[in-house]
Design a protein around this ligand. Structure first.
Ligand code: PLP
Ligand code: LYS
Length: 415
């Protein structure tokens, strides 16, 4: 569902004009729709029905406590990749018994924290990680539930920076090596082998690679069963894409139905780790035009948001629609590079966008709910933006704007 609509000449989120949000909370500001967050979660729940399944929201997409809390109340589990994300989920009221822990570099301290919290499963990404986890669990007198993240060597056909399921990527255990690593894991006394996992990449627009990866995993599940290693769950990762520009991403039904058909009758619990699909289209970044700088070669619209607020354009050359909040007809439209104040030529939010702009205008960058705020930084000593969740006509400030004092609060001078 798209919660951003032009009503009476002003862009609204749900029933609230974005002009009101800018007046109340200032800019730059991330704005999310509660209804859109809940409706994208419901898309998954509807397809899963009463199957033994768990949607583990990938916290890295957007870890705001209010968003985690909304999903927790809807019954979500969580996919985490750090001790910080674990603590966020717990602080937001998430159930640790519904957490899966992914990531190639888990430290002993993070393992200990997760073991003590009693998480559902560690998605182990290498043989040495197994050894470390066994040692940490032994020290605590506990048994760690594990899945191996298998790298199925499937081409997800996405941006190379966000493709993760190819042999050349750092993620997971190679498909061919997985049986031996599983046998080793099964022999370690403080590990309990419970599942299998994969995640082949992000912003996938074609459902076929998901099915290919699942086929590769199921051959392993069968081979392991004949070896006496019975698995209880299969985790298909995340990766389902959204619309940024003119893409037509598959519906959740078109993505899931072929996968669930392959799993029918196997008795495996199904875990999913969607991130972007749950939050991406529910959010926008609201920014104000500070200056217009027309030029001979290019016209620049300098706005108050920058690459530190939304890194995706600078990092992946990613496209976000840029929409005027209160469009005018009194100025001619022309091509603008919409750029931020950061001192980098790569600090752009959109290039060659045809827009009718005046200084002081508000703009919304759409589909910014995922990997927007969560990838923001303080580069150029810029405080991080505020975050607001809108529910009907009500705006909740769910993260206040950072202060400048907070930026250097941890720093000290030397004598
Ligand atoms: C292990 C793992 N699970 C889930 C996700 C979420 O991916 P997406 O936001 O594309 O659904 C990621 C990020 O790509 C990931 O690395
Ligand atoms: N940060 C990426 C997605 C990476 C997913 C994490 N494995 C993006 O903005 O598209």
């Amino acid at each position: 569902m798209n919660p951003f609509t032009l009503t009476d000449g002003v862009l609204h989120v749900e029933n609230l004009p974005l002009t009101r949000i800018a007046e109340t909370f200032g800019t730059p500001c991330y704005v999310y729709s509660r209804a859109a967050l809940e409706s994208s979660f419901a898309d998954f729940q509807r397809e899963l029905g009463d199957l033994d399944a768990l949607v583990c929201y990938a916290v890295k997409a957007n870890g705001n406590l209010a968003i985690l809390n909304l999903f927790a109340r809807l019954g979500a589990g969580f996919d985490i990749v750090s001790g910080g994300e674990l603590q966020r989920v717990i602080a937001a009221g998430g159930d640790p018994r519904k957490i899966v822990f992914s990531g190639v570099g888990k430290t002993a301290a993070e393992m200990e924290m997760a073991l003590r919290a009693g998480i559902l499963c560690f998605n182990v990404e290498s043989a040495p990680e197994l050894e470390r986890l066994n040692e940490v669990a032994a020290r605590l007198g506990l048994v760690a539930p594990i899945s191996l993240r298998v790298n199925p060597d499937v081409d997800a056909k996405t941006h190379p920076y966000i493709s993760t399921g190819l042999k050349e990527n750092k993620f997971g255990v190679a498909h061919d090596e997985a049986p031996a690593v599983y046998r080793h894991a099964a022999a370690l006394p403080h590990l309990a082998v419970t599942g299998i996992d994969c995640h082949i990449g992000s912003q996938l627009l074609d459902p076929v690679p998901f099915a290919e990866a699942l086929d590769r995993l199921l051959t392993l599940v069968d081979a392991l069963a004949t070896d006496g290693i019975a698995l209880h769950h299969i985790d298909l990762g995340g990766g389902l894409g959204i619309r940024y520009n003119d893409e037509t991403p598959p519906s959740v039904a078109a993505y899931l139905r072929p996968l669930l058909a392959k799993l029918a009758g196997r008795g495996l619990k199904v875990l999913l780790e969607p991130g972007r699909r749950l939050v991406g289209e529910a959010g926008a970044l609201l920014t104000r035009v500070e200056y217009l700088k027309p030029g001979e070669v290019k016209n620049f619209a300098i706005v108050d948001a920058a690459m530190n607020d939304l890194a995706r354009p600078a990092l992946y050359d990613a496209w976000h629609d840029i929409v005027p909040v209160a469009p005018h007809s009194d100025v001619p439209a022309q091509a603008w590079d919409v750029v931020g104040p950061v001192c980098e030529s790569g600090d752009f939010l959109g290039r060659e966008r045809t827009l009718a702009l005046a200084q002081g205008d508000l703009l919304a960058l759409l589909s910014a709910g995922a990997y927007g705020m969560s990838m923001s930084s303080n580069y150029n000593s810029r405080p991080r933006a505020a975050e607001v969740i809108v529910d009907g006509t009500h705006a909740h400030l769910v993260r206040r704007r950072e202060t400048i004092a907070e930026l250097f609060a941890g720093e000290t001078l030397i004598g």
